[in-house]
Ligand binder design. Structure first.
Ligand code: ACO
Length: 430
């Protein structure tokens, strides 16, 4: 017998059998539960979607209690150790690891699309000299939709694939231009002899040398960080990507919205917030006072806690190892000691333990980025580059899913009852 949930409605005395599939009931099955024929039917109320699955997905699996993260079934630890970002992006997008010829063709295709249209460069020149690179990034990604109007044909699989190539290839160029603009340096064109991350470092940091040669340890560290950030199932920005895409907007507009969601300090802005927090704490001696303040409800320990992980975020563990490698090249980040002390105290403290608050991916990533020479403003942009592959995979999956429609949640209205309009001169002061 199939699993079902029996619901008794005390208002009417009626009983309902609701099928259970994949550990979930369909919210629409509750609509039949009504008190009278003109009753709308029962809804679920789930602010912030804490217990609502919005899709069936085959891309990323997370077991938050056990600290497990799989992309298409492959453990994140194995990918971080043995894969490259471009190979992982292929896996996330197309479901399987590429064969050697597929990987070569994919890498070549991405490399061919790294250049930005010169008009985009002019557009970026219009931003204030001190504009936040994430603001520049998300506006520019959105503006790409005007350069590629063909992208509107979202039902055409070939057209979709072309936009995927363009976006994955161009986001590092946009990010690097945004950075160079914010520090008043001339833009650097892509160098197609370099790897994906090697070229990104070239576009960011090349000065007058004829050929930029990335440090292999830093190039690999950035690649690992990109692998770790490539997808994370239905988080805030991915839900934004799917939500906007569900109206059949083009992928550039949808991705601009996803990047805007990522910008917030509770999501992709968290690693920037971690660094600001560590600077504010200032020294290891001030850590206990800071923890006390957080426990008193004054602010949060940034880089701690996660909606899904209720144990150590597996990405944070890998990042901690990567940090050691990076610091062997760049020198130790002086804020590391404060971070380690915060983690030590928090992991022993009843407040954090009882709420299952552990370091998340952002707790250490900012320290690495800072040691590599990135300014704080660039941190969310560095998150958006690899996450572009995840957003696009989720968007593509949504478009192929026959069950999906335009996303449109319900509400429970608690506002004023119907009332008549009153002319302004007759309104009473409030
Ligand atoms: N510091 C202190 N207390 C915290 C923290 C924190 N970082 N995170 C959660 N709490 C507390 C809350 O105050 C709440 O306590 P209460 O039960 O006494 O009211 C309890 O833990 C549960 O918190 P919620 O806000 O309900 O948890 P939620 O799942 O909604 O939030 C989130 C998850 C947003 C990540 C949260 O933990 C947070 O704000 N962390 C800091 C920001 C951060 O690091 N974000 C990056 C997330 S990873 C990513 O986006 C890539």
């Amino acid at each position: 017998m199939a699993d079902t949930l029996t619901i008794t409605d005390n208002r009417t005395g009626k009983q309902y059998q609701v099928p259970i599939e994949h550990g979930a009931i369909r919210a629409m099955d509750l609509r039949q539960i009504r008190t009278s024929p003109d009753d709308f039917g029962l809804m679920t109320y789930d602010p912030a979607f804490q217990n609502t699955a919005s899709c069936v997905s085959r891309i990323t699996y997370i077991d938050g209690d056990k600290g497990v993260l799989l992309y298409r079934g492959y453990p994140i630890e194995q990918l971080a150790e043995r894969s490259t970002f471009l190979e992982t992006a292929y896996l996330i997008l197309f479901g399987e690891l590429p064969t050697a010829p597929e990987l070569t063709a994919w890498t070549n295709e991405i490399t061919l699309h790294t250049m930005l249209h010169e008009n985009i460069k002019k557009l970026m020149e219009g931003f204030q000299y001190d504009a936040h690179p994430m603001g520049i990034f998300l506006s520019t990604v959105g503006a790409l939709s005007t350069i590629y109007p063909d992208a509107k044909r979202i039902q055409d699989e070939d057209v979709r694939r072309l936009q995927v190539l363009r976006l994955i290839a161009k986001v590092p160029s946009i990010a690097a231009y945004a950075y160079r603009h914010s520090i008043g340096r001339p833009y650097v064109y892509p160098d197609n002899d370099l790897s994906f991350t090697g070229n990104f470092l070239n576009m960011l940091f090349k000065m007058t040398e004829l050929k930029y040669r990335p440090h292999p340890i830093l190039e690999r560290a950035l690649d690992v960080l990109f692998i770790l950030h490539a997808d994370h199932e239905q988080n805030c920005s991915t839900s934004a990507m799917r939500g906007i895409g569900s109206s059949q907007a083009d992928p550039y507009s949808s991705l601009a919205g996803a990047a805007a969601a990522l910008y917030g300090p509770l999501h992709g802005g968290a690693n920037e917030a971690v660094l600001r927090m560590l600077k504010e704490i200032g020294s290891v001696q001030h850590v206990p006072a800071f923890i006390k303040k957080v426990k008193g409800g004054d602010g949060r320990l940034m880089g701690f806690g996660h909606r899904v992980y209720k144990s150590y975020d597996p990405r944070a563990r890998i990042i901690k190892q990567t940090a050691d490698l990076v610091f062997s090249v760049t020198g130790r980040n002086p804020l590391l000691d404060i971070a380690l002390e915060l983690e030590r105290i928090a992991l022993e403290d009843e407040y954090f333990v009882s709420r299952k608050l552990y370091p998340n991916v952002d707790f250490y990533s900012g320290l690495i980025y800072q040691a590599m020479g990135f300014p704080l403003d660039m941190f969310p942009v560095l998150f958006a580059i690899p996450r572009t592959s995840g957003w696009l995979a989720q968007w593509d999956e949504m478009l192929r899913d026959n069950e999906q429609k335009i996303a449109r949640p319900r509400q429970i209205y608690s506002g004023a009852a119907p009332r008549d309009y009153v002319p302004s001169e007759q309104r009473k002061p409030r």
